[in-house]
Write a protein that binds this ligand. Structure first.
Ligand code: GTP
Ligand code: MG
Length: 138
């Protein structure tokens, strides 16, 4: 059964939305394999976001993601990788569809698309790599 890595980003934890996000995931029927509140190091985040190294938003993204704890979650279920990304909505909360986590709960502070509540792996390969980084014992 496929698995994915989900992160409730620091804005989601700070705003008290971790439970609401878990509720949506459980309502969809995905199984929780692992859940852990972690204050990520910049080193872990640099590995997690390796694909974005060199982009202008890389340093601010790592800074934001290490600004407070994240809730790291491994989910299991048929089609969970694309399924969670559908639940999350598009990257920018200002355009994410109603009914999605980012569309319903995201806010536009007029800054950028950085604070978009959640991360979800985007492929089988990303999921395996990211689960290994965040949960080395799995
Ligand atoms: P994730 O599930 O978080 O990986 O989101 P995504 O796959 O929809 O987006 P992507 O992997 O392209 O970017 C990773 C994260 O970087 C996004 O979720 C945003 O938090 C941030 N990000 C992406 N593009 C931009 C940008 O143009 N500006 C800023 N400031 N942040 C960005
Ligand atoms: Mg991504």
């Amino acid at each position: 059964v496929p698995r994915t890595l989900v992160l409730v980003k620091p804005d989601g934890v700070r705003r008290g939305l971790a439970g609401e996000i878990l509720r949506r995931v459980e309502a969809k029927g995905y199984a929780l394999v692992a859940v852990e509140l972690k204050h990520a190091t910049e080193e872990l985040l640099a590995q997690h976001y390796a694909e974005h190294q060199g982009k202008p938003f890389f340093a601010p993204l790592v800074e934001f993601m290490s600004s407070g704890p994240v809730l790291a979650i491994v989910l299991e279920g048929q089609g969970v990788i694309q399924g969670f990304r559908s639940l999350a909505g598009t990257t920018d909360p200002t355009t994410a569809a109603p009914g999605t986590i980012r569309g319903d709960l995201g806010r536009d502070w007029g800054l950028d698309v950085q604070q978009n509540l959640v991360h979800g792996s985007d492929s089988d390969e990303s999921a395996a790599r990211e689960i290994g980084l965040w949960f080395p014992s799995l």
